[in-house]
Design a protein around this ligand. Structure first.
Ligand code: HAM
Length: 422
């Protein structure tokens, strides 16, 4: 019986796995510079970590993978990582530490969405969360790191959009104004009619209704920010300008999760063919989440990038990202009886740090040469009866076609010197 992969998932192998490794390595290196340590939380959590009273987003209401474990407990595959990190922060009492908790993570998330290019049911994110402080300077560092991420990857057609959703008073005043404005829902799409009841802010983010005159004329959050929220926002804008981080201010940016307050931001790619999947990453501040999950009254801020979308963007912009690693040496034997000694030479080379290969399925020399050529190895190492007797190997440079007899004792030294001369 042939069984295919689960809808909305994918396999990674070959050269693609090198691209993933490179992306992960780049993130780890960069985030270390900013003082972020890795956190690995489980991909499954008890459902209330995500299904909270205040979270009415589509992602949590319609897209989570929820199931009962064998003991009847409600468990969910994580649709995002922030809530799990907050759960871990509280459970491990990390708030008792005097310093801010600065975490980064890389891992899979699961959402039951309609799959298409750049949108999967299992997808990878990397992101950061800073917990334990409310100072807007933390928000600035987090936005700077998001910007630095795309800069380090070499992406150019990308922009940072920011907005402020204000504190809870700003937000509830604004929601009231929106309720009033969208009172007559007759011209809105069916999803927005539902959003009107569930989370009126999300109407501003609707792709179907984005040109609806009612949406275009909606009041803007800026007019409802409290003095304190305004001050906070102005500070962040001033700092981003001082740090020369380019951004667009988009008063209609609302994000797809409900836990945000104050600053929210998204990193969007201006790349043809990306369509609705042009949001590479997003984040913002969440002031109520730690308390809601049973922790102290402490704020957090963070972001996450979608790794599949970043890799598409890197490809679309033609950024040279990885080099395929070819073996340096390929060992060939003139007869099957030499495979034993050849295998020993192979393992010595690998122990000395050289990428070395040999055809593990014995074939006549002619066919071995074909394999060696297609492997792209620079040196072909021939081992025959004579070579074994004299403890040497015949080394052929596949580029220059020059061939030399090299004593086994100095083979590694010979290779190192030749590499150094290049
Ligand atoms: P999010 O906007 O839901 O935020 O997801 C962040 C990024 O994950 C998106 O911008 C997108 O690139 C990628 N993404 C989301 N869904 C999919 C999917 N189905 N397939 C492929 N990529 C996808 C969060 O998840 C928040 N936890 C971010 C955050 C961290 N806020 C504060 N801290």
């Amino acid at each position: 019986m042939k069984i295919n992969k689960v809808k909305g998932t994918y396999d990674i192998y070959g050269i693609d796995s090198l691209r993933w490794q490179k992306l992960e390595d780049t993130v780890r290196k960069l985030y270390k510079l900013y003082g972020y340590g890795e956190i690995r939380t489980p991909i499954m959590e008890y459902s209330p970590v995500f299904h909270r009273d205040s979270e009415k987003s589509d992602m949590v209401m319609k897209e989570t993978y929820d199931f009962k474990d064998r003991a009847g407990r409600d468990v969910s595959l994580r649709p995002e990582t922030t809530a799990g990190v907050v759960r871990a922060y509280i459970e491990n009492k990390l708030y008792a530490h005097p310093n801010l908790a600065k975490f980064y993570y890389i891992g899979p998330n699961f959402r039951y969405e309609r799959p298409q290019k750049g949108r999967y049911r299992q997808f990878m994110q990397f992101g950061v969360e800073v917990l334990g402080g409310d100072d807007p300077l933390i928000d600035v560092e987090v936005i700077q790191l998001a910007y630095q991420t795309i800069k380090t990857l070499g992406l150019k057609g990308v922009k940072v959009c920011i907005n402020s959703l204000g504190d809870s008073k700003s937000r509830s005043d604004y929601e009231q104004a929106l309720k009033e404005h969208f009172k007559d829902t007759s011209t809105l799409c069916s999803d927005c009619k539902e959003r009107y009841e569930r989370n009126v802010l999300r109407i501003l983010d609707c792709k179907i209704d984005q040109n609806n005159p009612l949406v275009l004329s909606a009041p803007l959050i800026n007019d409802y920010l409290t003095e304190e929220s305004k001050k906070r926002n102005e500070f962040i804008i001033k700092m981003l300008n001082e740090l020369k981080i380019p951004f667009d201010y988009d008063p209609k940016l609302v994000r797809g999760l409900d836990y945000y307050s104050h600053i929210v931001f998204e990193i969007k790619a201006d790349i043809e063919g990306f369509g609705a999947q042009n949001v590479l990453g997003g984040g913002g501040r969440y002031q109520g989440l730690v308390e809601e999950l049973g922790g102290p009254k402490i704020g957090g801020v963070g972001f996450a990038f979608g790794m599949e979308r970043l890799l598409y963007a890197i490809e679309a912009e033609g950024i040279p990202f990885i080099e395929e690693e070819k073996p340096l040496c390929y060992i060939l034997t003139t007869d099957q009886k030499e495979v034993g000694p050849a295998m020993k030479i192979l393992s010595d080379l690998r122990e000395d740090g050289f990428i070395a290969e040999m055809n593990l399925v014995y074939q006549p020399l002619k066919n071995q040469i074909k394999r060696a050529v297609s492997s792209g190895a620079k040196y072909f190492l021939f081992i025959g009866e004579e070579e074994i007797k004299q403890n040497v190997v015949s080394v052929k440079n596949s580029v220059t076609q020059e061939q030399e007899v090299v004593p086994l004792k100095i083979l590694s030294k010979y290779l190192k010197e030749n590499l150094a001369d290049e």
